[in-house]
Design a protein around this ligand. Structure first.
Ligand SMILES: Cc1ncc(COP(=O)(O)O)c(C=O)c1O
Length: 387
């Protein structure tokens, strides 16, 4: 290794440390539900995306012998009937005609966006879109225009220089603010003959029958991305839409083509698990999640119906300090800092799940209030603060 490379990464390390922007993997073990040990502290976690509380539970048993690996990419010899059946289940979950499986939401976005956007297309991208959407857009040939958060694309005719389609690339529940677009804006956009690319990562599984926000509002985006690592509590993702659109992705989405097909063991587990998410077990958890959201919303005085509570702190080092104090008091809440959120809007992002008890939520809210009051910081949501 060259000494110049070492000095480069050391200089970057020093810069990040100076700005309170260093990131480290927390070491977690002995997990039972929302309780675990974190770097030696016994904590209750309030920062997962396991909204229905499935992730920490035992996987459904599989008695039969299922192969570990697929052995090849799908277009070679890694495809299987069961993977196709899983895709039909996923399409059903999303309320769409067909679906294509991806190993993660990140892979789905960086594969699908370049596959559907072409030269001459104009893509309006929400200011708070997730990194995977931003990276997917960068890999595409479209012209990108950033929209202020939650603003709809302009309805005026596109510039004469634009020869292609007009897309709106957005999320149905924003991962850092917990808010959602207005369904009527999407309806109008579709009515004007434009296309929508909707990422449902934080919505899928939270609505009736395990569906997402779009199905709940009877909207039909051109393409919907669902992830299985959040409310579904597993891992993986899919793109859902009309058969021809999904078929186009099979031929064009490079992250689904040039990669080994998913493990048959994982496919079997997902096929056994998804009916729980869509059925009465999921309904009970959705009801408990709603009750927990209401409780935290009430205790913090923040009105929301999403499980994400972003508390605005501002300075990076203050967000780090409060998070460290929460850890001392038995709560794991990650500070979210730039570049994940805009500079000056560092926040504590609390997430509540169906697995939290009334007592755990009450105790978290009381501790957060105390820690903010000690610093004379107001308790306010970061949603809408985009410095
Ligand atoms: C909006 C959004 N899209 C995509 C992803 C990536 O999904 P995955 O974790 O399955 O890669 C995330 C993850 O946080 C997300 O918040």
């Amino acid at each position: 290794m060259s000494t110049r490379f070492l000095s480069r990464i050391r200089a970057e390390y020093a810069q990040l440390a100076q700005a309170s922007l260093l990131r480290r993997h927390p070491t977690i073990d002995q997990r039972t539900g929302v309780s675990y040990r974190l770097n030696g502290h016994q904590v209750t976690g309030f920062c997962s995306n396991d909204y229905l509380g499935y992730a920490a539970e035992a996987a459904p048993p599989i008695a039969e012998a299922v192969p570990l690996g697929a052995g090849a990419a799908r277009l070679i010899s890694g495809n299987s009937r069961e993977l196709r059946e899983l895709e039909r289940d996923l399409a059903h979950l999303a309320g769409a005609p067909d679906a294509l499986y991806f190993t993660s939401g990140y892979q789905a976005n960086i594969g699908c966006l370049p596959a559907v956007l072409q030269t001459g297309d104009l893509a309006y991208s929400d200011h708070l879109n997730h990194a995977s959407l931003i990276d997917g857009l960068r890999l595409s040939a479209a012209t990108i225009e950033r929209l202020p958060h939650l603003h709809a694309p302009p309805r005026t005719p596109s510039p004469a220089s634009q020869t292609g389609l007009t897309w709106w690339v957005l999320e149905s529940t924003y991962s850092m603010d917990g808010d959602s677009p207005r369904p009527e804006d999407l309806q109008r956009h579709h009515h004007d003959g434009a296309d929508t690319y909707l990422d449902e990562a934080h919505s899928l599984g939270r609505y009736a029958r395990g569906r997402g926000w779009a199905a709940h509002h009877t909207l039909q985006p051109t393409l919907t991305i669902g992830t299985l690592g959040k409310a579904c509590g597993a891992v993986g993702a899919f793109a859902a839409g009309r058969e021809e659109v999904i078929d186009h992705l099979r031929r064009r989405a490079r992250t689904a083509i040039y990669t080994t097909a998913p493990s048959p063991t994982l496919i079997r587990l997902l096929r056994r698990h998804l009916p729980r998410v869509a059925g009465p077990d999921g309904d009970r958890r959705r009801a408990k999640l709603r009750a927990n959201i209401q409780q935290l919303s009430h205790e913090l005085g923040i009105t929301t119906d999403s499980p994400l509570f972003p508390l605005l702190i501002g300075a990076n080092h203050t967000a780090l300090e409060i998070s460290a104090e929460l850890l001392q008091r038995g709560f794991h809440v990650q500070p979210i800092r730039p570049p994940t959120v805009p500079p000056g809007t560092a926040r504590l992002r609390l997430t509540v799940t169906a697995a939290h008890s009334h007592q755990q939520i009450a105790s978290l809210a009381k501790t957060v209030r105390e820690l903010l009051a000690q610093r004379a910081l107001p308790l306010r949501s970061a949603a809408g603060h985009h410095a």
